[in-house]
Design a protein around this ligand. Structure first.
Ligand SMILES: Cc1cc2nc3c(=O)[nH]c(=O)nc-3n(C[C@H](O)[C@H](O)[C@H](O)COP(=O)(O)OP(=O)(O)OC[C@H]3O[C@@H](n4cnc5c(N)ncnc54)[C@H](O)[C@@H]3O)c2cc1C
Length: 287
């Protein structure tokens, strides 16, 4: 759940919203909603097609965002915890009688721990835990799809008649008007997401070429003159969506070794699933 600030704009360039289908997750969200940290994102949602007028699309359940940025929810959950950021943990080696010695990828000592719980996307979790994972551990075979995100900020006003648009059979399959999200007070800005097929095929292409093609697709879908954008940026998410056919069923736990892993790869590719996987893992560790 990411947000990128580029004053006067701010972009939620990863997760766009989350839904709450499970009672436990709704109960978790209730106090956050009361505190204004999580709010419903409301307004017209449409289908977009090049050269056509937007067609109304229905959302059948509340769609939530964290305010003022998607990462606010994670920051709030982390309050009171000791969290170190900007550090890449290196693959685990051998456990000593005293515990797991964690190192960063530059060889820095991160400390000695009784247990290690990993919530990275499964390919990264496998890299970290490889030596200690059974050959048939489900997380080894989970596959992710990529998502290329385009961020565009404008100085000129833009009053879209919709908050988000979905497209089919197009390089771009999602466009969100950032200023329509609650708690975002800023000039016109949009985030466009490319489809999984197009993103997978474009991940290693030159970014400038990818950006040009996405700009052309967004212009055709929205009628916006994208050359008027005063800020443009591209982000390539390598592990965006879990391929549902490959998803695991449970978090992975090895109590004897003091190792565990969870994440959205345990069920489906949604914020709620990531949260539920953490709950399930916590329950089994506490038990
Ligand atoms: C573009 C995009 C759009 C999405 N849209 C939606 C949406 O609209 N609705 C929805 O519900 N979900 C959406 N999702 C999915 C949602 O974001 C994920 O399901 C959720 O974030 C998964 O949470 P997680 O905690 O399992 O993993 P992540 O959020 O991927 O967090 C894993 C963390 O582990 C860190 N990490 C990995 N390796 C290491 C290492 N070696 N050392 C230290 N740290 C490491 C990573 O940096 C990262 O911070 C979207 C995702 C993307 C990318």
């Amino acid at each position: 759940m990411s947000a990128r600030r580029q004053p006067p704009w701010a972009f939620d360039h990863g997760t766009q919203f989350f839904t709450a289908r499970n009672r436990a997750f709704r109960e978790f969200l209730a106090p956050l909603q009361a505190a204004g940290i999580v709010r419903e994102w409301e307004g017209p949602v449409v289908y977009l097609e090049p050269g056509e007028r937007p067609r109304k699309r229905l959302w059948f359940e509340p769609h939530y965002v964290a305010c003022p940025g998607m990462n606010t929810l994670c920051k709030h959950m982390g309050e009171g915890l000791e969290i170190h950021t900007g550090i890449e943990v290196a693959p685990l080696t051998q456990r000593s009688p005293a515990g797991w010695q964690l190192m960063d990828t530059s060889g820095g000592d991160l400390g000695l721990f009784d247990a290690v719980v990993c919530t990275a996307p499964s390919p990264q979790a496998v890299r970290l835990l490889d030596e200690h994972l059974p050959a048939d551990a489900q997380l080894r075979t989970v596959r992710y799809r990529a998502c290329v995100a385009l961020m565009a900020g404008f100085d000129t006003p833009w009053q879209p008649t919709w908050i988000a648009g979905k497209a089919r059979d197009n390089p771009v399959e999602w466009i969100a008007a950032q200023s329509t999200r609650p708690g975002r007070n800023m000039p016109a800005a949009l985030v466009a997401h490319a489809s999984a097929d197009w993103s997978d095929a474009s991940l290693e292409r030159p970014p400038a070429e990818v950006q040009q093609e996405m700009l052309a697709a967004v212009a055709a879908l929205t009628g916006l003159q994208m050359d008027r954008a005063t800020h443009l940026a591209l982000h390539r998410w390598r592990y965006a969506l879990v391929d549902a056919d490959t998803a695991a069923e449970e978090p992975w736990v090895d109590l004897n070794a003091g190792l565990a892993a969870a994440g959205d790869w345990c069920s489906a590719s949604r914020v709620e699933d990531a949260w539920l996987s953490g709950q399930r893992l916590a329950e089994s560790l506490l038990a």
